[in-house]
Design a protein around this ligand. Structure first.
Ligand code: FAD
Length: 500
């Protein structure tokens, strides 16, 4: 007798997405579903994803990973946020720091009180009120639940790590959970003649791998979701015109900074991601405005240390699959779509897709309503991130190159237009369900990019000027003292999680 439950699941691809899927699903499903991963060493992985956001701690926690062990195994470091250099104007920089900005004061959100003071002529930086931003700038870190004697929330961190080592780490974990790995190049994807459902894969040596349900983690090509099922792709290059990246690691520089740096260039931007043993670098660019040779030259001239490998080029089309789940195939990772790594969202999108899949895990009848719900939620999540990324380009004052002039003048989605207008007029910004970036993220990027609210929030008037002055002075002092007491990140790593 069958209870209608799936008995087998086949994951195509063993990059970061493939092994994250194997680890999380084997943990969630236990021994009820047999999981197989098919990967080809000959084809290899992208392996450049190195920066994450704090939610990754939830995945690691769900898997029961020890954070120090994980950091040592992946040569990882701490990330407290991202510094954006030269995005608003050349010579200016701001942080998108994780964690709260300020501390609750009255009925309005903290930044409204800061804005009231700004409109009164005070020139305090918003980031004077972010513990994460202060610690990042000082190069410091410690794991803290609370700071300032319990007056403040502690630091909120994510990680920089070697994505290839993370995939290996998760492979060991998954195999220990009973996941079967098949090494081999897939040369054929076979479908049911009537339903079009995928039934099995043919490998180059003639072996066949069957499955009832397939997770396509085959990278940009989307071996099942696109090459087989012809699902279709929404191309977003009209809003996010970057289409290439050159990546190169270089020798580490001191101090070991606990944040990613994203520096705007004439037709794109450059990332700098410090790991324990090297610094990851890359130049993301728009090939309509700069050639690959010039982009490589810009990157190589702007490294902090000697290059450790030949620069490598990757090409991509920003956008998303029209359906993330089609028939008995769910696409994860690069197979599901791609947005440039400006806010380190790709690995997170794998994680959140997996959470959604667990919540909507199918029976053998593959209920169409559940599949539609999965696709609806995933599409929304993509669109919110897309808007957040476009904001970084649209809200620039730069007019020094054709690329930046085009960004400043471009038309943007109505959803983003509405958010920017509301914020510019009143400082209000609301995040929606499925919106990855919450109020603290939006206000930092909006204000950092020069979108400054023109009016005071009426509810801030319940606090008098002298009361507000005291509160803000006190808060700055408490934050400064809390950061003074922290160790340098390099000391933290040497003490807890050095990769040896
Ligand atoms: P891949 O790494 O391409 O893996 C594909 C797998 O499929 C491989 O195992 C391959 O062997 C297998 N495969 C393919 N075809 C076949 C076949 N025919 N037979 C058998 N096996 C096959 N993300 C972040 O979160 N932060 C970042 O900072 C970040 N930076 C990035 C920078 C760039 C320039 C790019 C392009 C991406 C970046 N990403 C980042 C994204 C991140 O690298 C990917 O999301 C992540 O690595 C997942 O990749 P993947 O597993 O989907 O695909």
């Amino acid at each position: 007798m069958t209870d209608g439950g799936l008995k087998s699941l086949t994951i195509v691809g063993g990059g970061t997405a493939g092994w994250m899927s194997a680890a999380m699903l084997s943990r969630a499903l236990g021994s009820t579903v047999a999981i197989t991963v098919v990967e080809s060493d000959e084809i290899g992985t992208v392996g450049v994803g190195e920066a994450t956001i704090p939610a990754i701690k939830l995945l690691n926690g769900f898997l029961g990973l020890d954070e120090n062990d994980f950091l040592a195994a992946t040569h990882g470091t701490i990330k407290l946020g991202i510094e954006f250099v030269d995005w608003h104007t050349v010579g200016q920089s701001y942080l998108h720091a994780f964690g709260p900005v300020g501390r609750p004061l009255g009925m309005a959100a903290f930044h409204h009180y800061w804005n009231r003071r700004r409109l009164q002529g005070h020139d305090e930086s918003l980031w004077d009120y972010s513990l994460n931003a202060r610690a990042a700038r000082a190069g410091k870190f410690d794991r803290l639940q609370q700071a300032g004697g319990g007056y403040l929330e502690g630091l909120v961190h994510a990680f920089h790590f070697d994505a290839a080592l993370y995939a290996k780490y998760l492979r060991r974990y998954s195999e220990a959970q009973g996941v079967r790995r098949v090494e081999g190049r897939i040369v054929g994807v076979n479908q049911h003649s009537e339903t079009g459902f995928v039934t099995d894969l043919t490998l180059q040596d003639g072996r066949r791998v069957e499955g009832e349900f397939f997770i396509d983690c085959s990278g940009f090509r989307g071996l099942l979701i696109e090459e087989t099922l012809k699902t279709g792709y929404d191309d977003w290059r009209g809003w996010l015109p970057m289409d290439s990246a050159i990546a190169v690691p270089c020798a580490s520089a001191t101090p070991l900074l606990p944040y990613t740096r994203a520096t705007a260039r004439e037709a794109g931007w450059q990332w700098r991601i410090p790991l324990q043993h090297r610094t990851g670098n890359g130049h993301v660019f728009c090939s309509e405005h700069i050639s690959a040779a010039e982009a490589t030259d810009v990157l190589m001239r702007n490294l902090d240390g000697a290059p450790l490998a030949e620069p490598r080029q990757l090409n991509f089309t920003t956008g998303r699959r029209r359906q993330f789940w089609n028939k008995n195939v769910v696409a994860m990772g690069l197979a599901s779509g791609f947005m440039e790594p400006l806010e380190s969202t790709s690995i997170h999108l794998v994680q959140s897709a997996l959470s959604r899949l667990v919540a909507l895990f199918p029976n053998r009848d593959f209920n169409a309503v559940e599949i539609a719900e999965y696709n609806r939620q995933t599409a929304l999540e993509y669109e919110y991130i897309r808007d957040f990324l476009i904001l970084h380009y649209k809200a620039t004052s730069r007019e020094d190159t054709p690329f930046w002039r085009a960004c400043k003048a471009m038309d943007i989605p109505d959803t983003l237009k509405a958010r920017m207008e509301l914020f510019a007029q009143s400082g209000r910004v609301f995040s929606q369900e499925d919106d990855l970036f919450k109020e603290a993220s939006w206000i930092q990027v909006l204000i950092g990019q020069g979108v400054l609210p023109g009016a005071v929030h009426p509810l801030t008037r319940q606090v008098t000027d002298p009361q507000l002055d005291d509160y803000m002075t006190n808060l700055r002092q408490i934050m400064a003292r809390a950061v003074d007491g922290l160790p340098d990140q390099a000391d933290f790593i040497a003490r807890h999680c050095a990769s040896g």
